[in-house]
Design a protein around this ligand. Structure first.
Ligand code: SF4
Ligand code: SF4
Length: 808
């Protein structure tokens, strides 16, 4: 049967194909109204032969065998599908199985599967399937009421008892080895607890929960006013499942679990590795594409005239081999893309933009990932991680994509992928060149995209407002202004904090963002802005202290703002030259030539560093810090000009940390606050220069890791590092090594310069160089870096070598 068996995935011209779906019978004995084969846009089944002829099976098997030999594949996976494959009957089925085994097994391991509605499964067929070592998946949507909602005969009769009888057969000891699992399509009208219980009662080795097929043209059923009904529905099952101790693998949950190494056709970035053979021998793409449009899955190629390689080069197949690069811009920048992967390919379809869209289930997928992340126990992945690094194009294949179909080891390995040239260039610039304007712009744009996605989620949760409408209007007419506002380093920390509160927001920053965007765009607007902590804060502009009020009205006008809060009215000039009104604290912009660095001591969201930030500075302290920063920037340009360029290209804000006499040299970076670092106030510009370089390395690397996996996310390995007593997770060791590499460069410059403290600098140089070298060696030996990670760390080693050579 064609059902919803997830047996679909992409292929690429340069990648061997190891998974095949053979549509051996194109008709079905059921008449399910959610069937993508018969009930959706693609009606090509009407022109296909009812059953696959023996000659077609032979030709398909020969093509698969030829391809396996040419690519030296150790195993291939073939799923018998339909329609309903059992309609072939015992004799027809035996013929197909015999052809496949004869053609394939001499040279390759053949993993045979079947997806069936179970209606016709009997003892004779079970014996046959067991004899040919076929694993059987059965479709069942839950209890009788749930199953009967869709899975019925043409005459309207229930198929529930038939499916249950088939499952009972498969549970018998002599057939149990062929029981692959249950495939269940979700319907929100079914009670998730009852569905879960009904599925569990069948003792399946595995459960697949599938979202109903939908596209942007034909969105899924959603109750009014519920933002993420599918995530809510699945979340209830997930809670039960976790509470029950995860009694059976549920593929969707496992695949969405951060670091679990999962990935399916429906989620994840694994390049697809599958072709479909129709009953007439035509090669087709993933057959759930039939929901998109008539003929969507077609390739105009067939097994008689075209080898697998040629079918794999079909553009519709090839694009799905591209991993991250094959996704739309929104997905590419999405913080959970490594787990979501843009959802099931057909679910991205929209007339006009084709598949270049996020999934129509985007909000549900994000919410479900948050649910999975928040679960306790073995699959706990921590709090929602908007910085969760997406895998690079072509990387991240970590699991099966068809139900129960194992993926060959080559697709699971870390570090066995070809490297995307764009990624390689970015890595080279970030390591070797320290990040010039191009590289910093790539990182900044990525961060901005992440913020935009989070903001969309926030809107889904909170709903629209006048401020939203203004922001959206400005985005359409003055996108650069809105982009600049959203790039403020503390917008994303605010969003992350709010989204972690799961629907109980405590601060709405959108009105303030709309005001600042209107100012930047030169648009006159009136916005009601919430007051928090006795102040009305406008990110990147300043703060008006207003006392115990709930909200104020801000009117933007040419050259300034008019703010009215309760009985307080203030006109705030924004020309920088006029007198500052009472209670208004503008964001400080120290005069630092060629750099755009502000001192952020008013934005409440700056408190995101895990250590106390300083209260708002007085003017003298702020001036002193500004002077130190200006001199420190010059020192960086003097010591390592490339690091100076990288600072100028991306560092936008410095947050003063609260003084601590026991640790006067303190600094910090927050992964969510790209463009900002935090430092303790100090007057030593050379010392500040070291901190700036050190922290900006963390900022750049964090942003790079939002874009690419450099470390296998499933790794729990810890490695010893010289700068801390305790072994560090590999990502932490990488962050430390990369920061120390820059510090090494600074001390190298000072040690080799004609300056009085060169001897002292040499001592620091040796220490940081040795720390970094040892860490580089440990990282390369840890076996947990991705291919890109190895390249990155390898390049760090080259930089160290160059420094050594430079020293003579
Ligand atoms: S069992 Fe239902 S969903 Fe599966 S192929 Fe038949 S009609 Fe379609
Ligand atoms: S943007 Fe939506 S569909 Fe795309 S990867 Fe993120 S959650 Fe998935």
């Amino acid at each position: 049967m064609a059902c919803r068996c997830g047996a679909a995935g992409p292929a690429a011209p340069c990648r061997p194909i190891s998974q095949y779906v053979l549509k051996v019978h194109s008709r079905c004995d059921l008449s399910c109204d959610h069937c993508y084969v018969y009930q959706e846009a693609d009606q090509t089944w009407r022109d296909k032969p009812v059953r696959m002829a023996a000659s077609t099976v032979r030709a398909a098997a020969a093509r698969i065998a030829e391809h396996a030999r040419a690519h030296d594949l150790p195993a291939v996976h073939v799923v018998l599908h339909g329609g309903e494959p059992l309609l072939l009957g015992p004799a027809g089925l035996r013929e197909v199985l015999a052809e496949l085994r004869a053609a394939l097994t001499p040279g390759v391991v053949l993993d045979l599967r079947m997806q069936t509605n179970g209606v016709l499964l009997d003892e004779e067929l079970c014996r046959l399937l067991v004899a040919y070592e076929v694993k059987i998946g059965v479709s069942l949507d839950g209890d009788r009421a749930a199953n009967d909602r869709h899975r019925i005969f043409a005459h309207g009769g229930s198929s529930h008892a038939h499916a249950r009888r088939a499952l009972a057969l498969l549970r018998r000891p002599e057939f149990r080895g062929s029981y692959a699992g249950i495939l269940c399509t979700i319907d929100l009208r079914n009670d998730p607890d009852q569905v879960y219980s009904a599925l569990l009662a069948e003792a399946p080795p595995r459960i697949d929960l599938l979202l109903p097929h939908a596209t942007w043209d034909r969105p899924p059923r959603r109750p009014p006013g519920v933002a993420t009904p599918y995530a809510d529905w699945l979340g209830r099952i997930h809670r039960r499942w976790v509470d029950d101790g995860r009694p059976v693998p549920i593929r969707l949950f496992e695949a969405l679990t951060s670091g679990a190494g999962g990935g399916t056709e429906a989620v994840g970035l694994a390049p697809a590795d599958l072709l479909v053979v129709e009953t007439d021998g035509s090669w087709e793409q993933v057959d759930s594409l039939k929901v998109a449009f008539h003929g969507a899955a077609g390739t105009d190629l067939d097994v008689f005239a075209h080898p697998v390689d040629e079918a794999a080069r079909h553009p519709g197949v090839a694009i799905r081999q591209e991993g991250l690069a094959g996704l739309c811009a929104t997905c590419r920048a999405c913080p959970v893309v490594s787990r979501c992967g843009g959802g099931l390919y057909p679910h991205r379809w929209r007339t006009g933009t084709g598949f270049d869209n996020p999934s129509v289930y985007c909000a549900d997928l994000q919410a479900l990932i948050a649910t999975v992340d928040s679960a306790p126990g073995p699959d706990r992945a921590g709090t929602p991680r908007p910085g969760d690094a997406p895998a690079p194009a072509g990387a991240g294949g970590r699991g099966p994509r068809s139900p129960g179909i194992p993926v060959p080891r080559s697709a699971e390995s870390v570090g066995d992928r070809a490297v995307d040239p764009a990624a390689d260039r970015l890595l080279a610039e970030i390591v070797g060149g320290h990040g010039g304007p191009w590289a910093l712009d790539v990182l900044a744009q990525t961060q901005l995209s992440i913020t935009r996605v989070l903001l969309e989620t926030w809107r889904d949760i909170t709903g629209g407002s006048a401020a939203w409408e203004l922001l959206a209007e400005l985005d359409a007419t003055a996108g650069d202004a809105v982009g600049a506002v959203l790039a403020h380093p503390f917008v994303r920390p605010w969003l992350v904090r709010q989204l972690a509160r799961r629907g109980t927001p405590d601060v709405d920053l959108v009105p303030a963002l709309a005001v600042v965007a209107a100012v930047r765009a030169g648009v006159e607007a009136v916005v009601e802005v919430p007051v928090r902590g006795g102040a009305l804060v406008l990110p990147a502009l300043g703060r008006l202290t207003v006392g115990d009020e709930r909200a104020g009205e801000v009117r933007t006008a040419p050259g300034g703002l008019y703010i009215r809060v309760g009985s307080v009215s203030r006109t705030v000039p924004l020309d920088g030259a006029s007198t500052t009104p009472t209670g208004w604290q503008p964001v400080r912009r120290p005069p630092i030539a060629d750099a755009m660095i502000s001192i952020e001591d008013v934005d409440p969201e700056r408190d995101c560093y895990g250590q106390p930030v300083a209260p708002t500075l007085d003017d003298d302290a702020a001036d002193a810090l500004g002077d130190t920063l200006a001199l420190a920037r010059l020192a960086v340009h003097r010591d390592v000009p490339a690091h100076g360029v990288a600072l100028d290209a991306g560092l936008r804000a410095v947050v003063p940390l609260a003084p601590d006499p026991l640790a006067p040299w303190r600094s910090a970076t927050a992964r969510q606050a790209f463009g900002a670092i935090a430092v303790a106030e100090m007057s030593d510009a050379d010392a500040m220069a070291v901190l700036l370089v050190h922290e900006w390395q963390h900022g750049k690397l964090g942003a790079l890791m939002d874009l690419y996996d450099l470390v296998d996310p499933a790794s729990s390995v810890r490695i010893p590092v010289a700068w801390r007593p305790d072994p560090r997770p590999v990502e932490g060791a990488l962050q430390g090594a990369y920061a120390h590499l820059a510090v090494t460069e600074v001390w190298h410059a000072r040690a080799t310069a004609d300056r009085p403290d060169a001897q002292v600098a040499r001592g620091h140089l040796v220490r940081y160089r040795d720390w970094t070298r040892e860490a580089v060696e440990a990282l390369l030996g840890a076996g947990t870096l991705t291919d890109l990670g190895e390249r990155f760390v390898g390049r760090m080693g080259h930089v160290l070598e160059e420094l050594r050579a430079d020293q003579g």
